[in-house]
Design a protein around this ligand. Structure first.
Ligand SMILES: Cc1cc2nc3c(=O)[nH]c(=O)nc-3n(C[C@H](O)[C@H](O)[C@H](O)COP(=O)(O)OP(=O)(O)OC[C@H]3O[C@@H](n4cnc5c(N)ncnc54)[C@H](O)[C@@H]3O)c2cc1C
Length: 455
């Protein structure tokens, strides 16, 4: 006898939650999804999508300048920031509607409200009509994460990435605190939109965890483009007088800014979920601990995406959701495969990467061959820009397999996506060498690198 009202109750309607709910409902399951905010979660509302739209906007600004060498003359362009914000907001609202329709058409019961766990099979949902308890055979927690604001005096005078899309007015002087991908992307984007940007990095490098050559090359290119990048620099306090923020650094100097972005990490959304009472084990920063099948310490409760603080990327949350639904409602016990997950950083220039960094490959495989190139892209022979492009391959000498591929340059994410397929299929350097390039492109360099750098 079926004793539960639902087969799957999903808490959180972001990338992972929406995908799991929709796929489960399409398989005939009775599904409820509770979302406290806007459907689509971080990615759609304050992450990947608005960020990429603003990155396009920033590239347009550069394109006016680059076009001059190709014979185009135009008056100095002016950014209409309110128009960009309004157009972005309209597009995001359209996407929220699409998510709603996808779920509704699949038969998912949608509840707009805050949800928490009230038992291994019970979810409490606080909606507009008051609190309600529902029971479900399986529960999925996909509540994502939120930006971490550092604990320092005056931190409240700064904003997080959530607030960057609607800043009012446009910040002529922006201080970005952080060296990760979100900090670096906003530094590049707002510089491209016309702000004077200073990026403060506590450590010695941008993009910790990325290949060292990539991070060094990117830092040099961002500096060349005009971002004031300061490494080994820590903020002591922020003060505010009217619209002016003063950022006091630990070396005693001060920076003035119209806005200060704290992009200093993200933590899982776990507060108030009732995890401890129900017995769901948590790890660092409260992240929900799951096994390889996204199952928590309570067998009927599952978790995926950013709340588990593993690879915090939308396609990873989507992949995990599909693997979970396959296991709970399908035939197999398919596992999410975390090998060769490609990723891009939408700095200017972009970064694209898949597989091991050189350091990881040396630790994992021992003997590796490294191929590198950096060059001036064809477009910049006429554009006048001094921007260069960097590419790197890391090859396991024993198997000849390409185990790392990295790029800093235009559309790096677009280039790397295709190579990720080849690498996942086990492509060797010999296969790369026998592949014919497409000429003239940047990507062809990846199949024409013949001489490894000396060990
Ligand atoms: C600025 C920025 C840029 C990014 N850019 C990229 C990118 O370019 N590419 C990429 O792959 N990834 C990017 N990401 C990461 C990506 O957005 C996340 O990895 C992804 O959204 C995680 O999906 P999720 O389902 O785990 O959580 P989320 O998408 O965060 O969804 C969680 C949802 O749960 C809801 N919720 C939370 N608690 C409750 C509750 N108790 N009850 C009901 N609802 C609740 C929230 O309102 C939210 O809608 C970016 C992130 C940021 C912040």
């Amino acid at each position: 006898m079926n004793t539960f009202e639902f087969d799957l109750a999903v808490i959180g309607g972001g990338s992972g939650g929406v995908r799991a709910a929709r796929m489960a409902a399409q398989r005939g399951a009775r599904v409820l999804l509770a979302e406290a905010g806007a459907l689509g979660g971080t990615c759609v509302n304050v992450g990947c999508i608005p960020k990429k739209l603003y990155s396009y906007a920033a590239h347009f600004g550069e394109a006016f300048t680059l076009a001059h060498g190709f014979g185009w003359d135009a008056p100095k362009p002016v950014l209409d920031w309110p128009r960009l914000k309004a157009n972005r907001a309209r597009e995001i609202t359209r996407l929220n509607g699409i998510y709603h329709d996808l779920l509704a058409n699949a038969g998912v019961q949608l509840v707009n409200g805050w949800a928490s766990l009230a038992g291994p099979h019970t979810v409490a949902v606080a909606g507009t009509g008051g609190a309600r308890h529902i029971t479900s055979r399986h529960i999925l927690v996909a509540t994502g994460g939120h930006p971490l604001v550092p604990d320092l005096p005056g931190a409240e005078h700064g904003v997080t990435s959530d607030g960057m899309f609607d800043l009012d007015p446009f910040p002529r002087r922006l201080v970005v605190v952080g060296g990760g991908y979100i900090a670096s992307e906003f530094a590049s984007i707002f510089h491209g939109l016309g702000a004077h940007v200073t990026q403060l990095v506590r450590g010695g490098h941008l993009l910790r965890g990325f290949d060292a050559d990539v991070s060094n090359f990117l830092a040099a290119e961002m500096r060349k483009a005009g971002v004031h990048l300061r490494i080994h620099t820590e903020v002591a306090a922020v003060t505010r007088q009217g619209d002016l923020r003063q950022v006091l650094l630990k070396d005693g100097s001060t920076l003035e800014a119209d806005a200060v972005l704290f992009a200093t990490g993200r933590v899982p959304n776990v507060a108030g979920l009732g995890l401890t009472a129900v017995g769901v084990a948590q790890g660092k920063d409260g992240a929900i601990v799951v096994d390889a099948h996204h199952q928590t310490s309570v067998p009927s409760i599952h978790a995926l995406g950013d709340v588990t603080a593993r690879l915090q990327l939308t396609p990873v949350a989507l992949g995990e959701a599909m693997a979970l639904v396959d296991r709970l409602l399908g035939t197999g016990a398919r596992r999410m495969d975390y090998d060769f997950v490609p990723t891009a950083v939408f700095t200017h220039p972009n970064v694209g990467t898949v597989g091991c960094t050189e350091a990881e490959a040396r630790a994992k495989f021992g003997a590796v061959a490294v191929f590198k190139t950096d060059f001036k892209p064809l477009m910049h022979t006429l554009s006048g820009s001094t921007e260069r492009t960097f590419m790197k391959l890391v090859v396991d000498r024993a198997s000849d397999r390409v185990v790392g591929l990295h790029m800093v340059g235009p559309d790096a994410g677009e280039v790397v996506q295709g190579f990720a397929v080849a690498m996942k299929a086990g492509a060797t350097k010999a296969v790369f060498d026998s592949t014919i390039g497409i000429h003239p492109t940047l990507a062809e360099e990846f199949v024409t690198m013949r001489t490894p750098v000396p060990d």
